[in-house]
Ligand binder design. Sequence first.
Ligand code: ARG
Length: 570
Amino acid sequence: MQANPFLQDIIERIQKASDLEPEAIQSALTYPPNPDLGDVAFPCFLLAKARKKAPPVIAQELIAEAFQDSSEYIAKAEAAGPYINISYNRGAYAKHILGQAFESGEDYGKSTVGEGKVVAIDYSSPNIAKPFHVGHMRSTIIGGALYRIFETLGYKAVGINHLGDWGTQFGKLIVGLKKWGKDEDLEDVLALNHLYVKYHEEEKENEDLTDQAREWFRKQEAGDSEALELWQKIRDTSLEYFKRIYERLGVQFDSYDGESFFNDKMEEIVEIAEKEGKTEVSDGALIINLESEGIDTPALLKKADGSTLYMTRDLAAALHRKREYDFHKLLYVVGTEQALHFKQLFKCLELIGFNWAEDCQHVGFGRVKGMSTRKGNVVYLEELLDQARDHALKNMRENAERRPDLEDEERVAEVVGLAAIYFSDLSNRRIKDYTFDWTRAISFEGDTGPYLLNAHARIAGIIRKSGIDLPSSLDEVNFDLLTEPAANRLVGLLSRYPEALAQAAKDCEPANIANYLLELARGIHSAYKVLRVKGEEDTLAKTRLLLLNLAKITLKNGLGILGIPALEKM
Ligand code: ARG
């Protein structure tokens, strides 16, 4: 992707008239609320301090100083309160943006900025034997999107599922199995989940159970064959279940090295920490004191009985990942309730002497309310996906007269359901808590996944039914014919896709793409009726077709990044 010379021109003009850095100008540029007002806007607040004047006054001044001489790029610059709204030279702009996008074709948006760099992403990471909760669902959705964002930008993304497949929960589950379970339960995730829940209910009444569970896990760690055999079966059953769900969600992992994988790899990092003189013994436990680093809670490496912890395994895992992948960045997509854990983890790595600790980042997210399918915070994922599909199917049948030619209703419903779940999640900034609402999520109107799918299918239909071939070269089109505001708006939207991607990667924030796509879908919905193709003069029809098709490609690529397969018909 080349730099945008239109933006470049604006940045240079403002730079000459101020002492702002080009990067500062670039990141301050925004879009006017209504695209008819201009293509970009510069907020003059930025200069208020330097010029000691009110922003609206500065806007007038800056226009006089920087935007007087005409150029091939800029058509006009106007003050709007504290902003300067700048409009590009239409035909030239369309030619530039669409020409570039046309050359990229299906690859529009892809770049090579990340070439040679690895971004390792730890996501989903459910706990085997414990229920998969809403947080794991969010991690799966956000992590999967980040994976595809970095991949699109040329990075090598590595998806790591840090399964919680070791720990005291296995002791609990084994007790549950022995007391209330049947042999078949070992093959059935839901039965295992129920045993886990039942264990916790019973434990409140019967403290003996706690000791028994602890003893079973101790045995497991000591290599007891019965405990290990049960553990292996539980792990296999759970993993098979998760993989089935992941397939339905369209998520992949390059590694399933979870906590158990680090069982024999923790000693090394503990020794390094000890040798560096960073550990202390406190009440018999081995800790790293982080008080001098501004973290009051120490990191626990070993309990008094010598057993290791979540933290110990995470330390070993980070070192292992550095060696294995030599990552440029290592992202942990985990709920914000674990913020302290990751603060401690990164600080420990730094204290131990790993300067790559600064490349590790906790990508936190808030809670979801209203998504649980039974009770508490637990989602039975399959049930949730089935519900989504059934909601969609019902919705589609109610509107059956609108879609007489739909062939594969079930598959469409599955995708619509997925889109509803994915989009409600990803359109919220990840740090926010949000409330999931079926009626809203599944609706075809408003800010929803199905609305986006719909925009895509609309254009697909128009192109299909136009009876005209897509232009095979730019010689067949004339961008000066794109005069309608709706066309300009689409051109502007298309130009912003690479930026939305770059911003999403920078902030680890898929919402940047989701919200961009929503605007694109709105642009499409208001354009397709105006930009008629069928029956129009040949060059005009081809030019519009090219524009619509590029909008379609962009929407499809963006949806794909979010994890939503675009539909040709719905
Ligand atoms: N299994 C953990 C949980 O469910 C999440 C693991 C996140 N990844 C990590 N490396 N700690 O809470």
